[in-house]
Ligand binder design. Structure first.
Ligand code: GAL
Length: 345
């Protein structure tokens, strides 16, 4: 596999690296050390290489407008109401960054750090020690995020964490896909989600604890559904799009949890994960102030599909256990399969 590591930018006087792998089919995976971010997924087409991920050209843009583009998210993806949770009898308050709530790991989350980085064979490996005194979560957490590219066009993201005290862990990746070669938004894409229900959310998007059946609503993606049609059904809600936590049906490792497809070009991404939830976010409020490299910022410019444990697990053990004991190691994985027509010579 072809490897490349170059300096992309600087943060606080330190180099931010861009690390790339190219497989036998000329598919290129690139990541940034800042935020352990997924930067590019380039496929070969008859018209040259096409990047399927939204990205910016410099770290300043990542810091200024912060849609968490491709970033590794943790310690806890999604929102923690009031920044408060319990592990057993112990109550914790963590730093808040969205009103009174904690979003995507708070103000010192995984996305705010320039990680140690290296390339080995077909893997890009990031590691960082999140000290409790720095991010405000209990326990010091040693985290490794490994991106693996295979020669059959699969990408695996593995999250490995070891804690020295009680803590919580629910990581994800915040890549936004746009499978169009031109400047169109994702409304011409089709989406499948293996999900019968989504979470009811309060006005500040904190889960209420209730779930809503998807059948017969614009949230039903159990058959491949055109996104324009689904989004048309959401124009009377304030969000005017998807920003929702979908509860997945019980599934095997080889059953997709999500499929996103561009029907004209037959480019698709299929996601597999063991976890019980996925957030689908259609970039509803995005605008032209966001300097994407290949796209004009606008509502629906991309769709983020964030595999995770359903976010109300932070207060409802029926939806999963996010807690880790001292000395415990936790491993989570998301697997993406890319399909596209072979470019004719
Ligand atoms: C999503 C979240 C959205 C928004 C987005 C980042 O995961 O659900 O509300 O915060 O991340 O722009």
């Amino acid at each position: 596999m072809k490897q490349n590591k170059v300096v992309f930018d600087q943060v606080a006087g330190q180099p931010v690296y861009k690390l790339s792998l190219t497989n036998a089919n000329q598919l290129t995976l690139s990541c940034l050390s800042y935020g352990a971010a997924w930067y590019e997924l380039k496929i070969p087409t008859a018209h040259g290489a096409q990047n399927l991920l939204l990205n910016f050209g410099d770290i300043g843009a990542y810091q200024k407008t912060n849609p968490y583009l491709g970033m590794t998210i943790g310690r806890v993806a999604g929102r923690i109401g009031g920044g408060q949770f319990k592990i057993g009898a112990n109550a914790y308050q963590v730093p808040t960054n969205e009103g009174d709530n904690t979003l995507h790991g708070g103000p010192h989350g995984f996305n705010t750090v320039n990680w140690e980085s290296k390339i080995s064979a077909n893997q890009i490996i990031f590691s960082h020690r999140f000290r409790s005194q720095d991010d405000g979560f209990p326990g010091n957490l040693d985290v490794t995020v490994t991106y693996t590219l295979t020669d059959d066009n699969h990408v695996y993201i593995d999250y490995q964490a070891l804690s020295d005290g009680l803590t919580v862990f629910n990581p994800t990746n915040h890549a936004y896909f746009n499978l169009n070669a031109d400047d169109r938004d994702v409304r011409n894409h089709e989406l499948y989600l293996n999900s019968p229900q989504h979470l009811a959310l309060a006005a500040d998007k904190i889960p209420t604890g209730k779930v809503i059946a998807n059948a017969g609503t614009p949230y039903d993606f159990t058959k491949m559904t055109n996104l324009d049609q689904a989004l048309a059904g959401l124009q009377d809600i304030p969000e005017k799009g998807l920003d929702d936590v979908f509860v997945l049906a019980p599934h095997q490792d080889n059953e997709p949890v999500a499929i996103l497809r561009q029907p004209e070009t037959q480019i698709s991404v299929t996601m597999y994960a063991q976890r019980n939830g996925i957030v689908a976010f259609t970039a509803n409020g995005f605008g032209p102030d966001q300097p994407y490299l290949d796209k004009t910022g606008c509502p629906y410019v991309g769709i983020a599909l964030e595999s995770q444990t359903v976010s109300n697990a932070i207060f409802d053990p029926d939806y999963g256990d996010l807690s880790m004991q001292a000395g415990e190691t936790r491993h989570e994985q998301t697997h993406y399969q890319f399909d596209f027509p072979t470019p004719s010579k």
